[in-house]
Design a protein around this ligand. Sequence first.
Ligand code: ADP
Ligand code: ZN
Length: 215
Amino acid sequence: MKIVIFLGAPGSGKGTIASRLSESDEKLRHVSSGDLLRDAVKRQTTAGVEAEGYMKRGELVPDAIIGQMIGDYVSGIKGECTVLLDGFPRTVAQAEILDGVAGHCGAELTAVVLLEVSDEIIVERIAGRRGCPKCGAGYHIRNIPSRVEGICDVCGTGLVVRKDDNPETVKNRLSVYKEQTVPLIEFYGSRGLVRRIDGAGRIDDIVRMTRQALS
Ligand code: ADP
Ligand code: ZN
């Protein structure tokens, strides 16, 4: 197994780009820490109940909870594939947990894709973000509109705004990113793993640049 990490601020497009890549190549598996957590909250598992408050406030869920969740998930993946890890690790402690998980599964960390986007664009993107509560498809009112306003193209469900996408929480998530996640750029940079990608352009172009950076 190979592991590619997607690093970037909230709203930088980690999930959009990783899911686009995995749709076009069956060897690529998109794993989103945010989706795993939201699913655990929905099912009200022990981890989900504990994580819920942190997520609402835009804070990081404790390393041990998310570390365990990702560790269990990644160890359960069978067969030759590349895991596109979106949203984990987000702290140096989580990066160390991931090294342990990788060692345990015989997985190799091959690259860290860093999606670079300015704060202004991030605020605009998150303000327009909509999602399908049923199938998880992601939209943006201007950049990725659904065919019928407010309705999921895939399953016809009404689209919603994520609870943590309000301006106050977004501000908090951005400062958490700068304080706790940005140090990972240096952490992985010193291993020669970081591939910087301009995340501000058209999705198709970013997907193409990312694919190139990984080949
Ligand atoms: P975004 O990248 O847009 O902030 P995510 O869906 O990745 O959105 O994460 C949403 C929330 O889930 C985060 O604000 C945080 O509370 C929690 N979360 C996700 N991944 C992690 C992680 N690796 N460590 C701690 N908390 C996490
Ligand atoms: Zn849907």
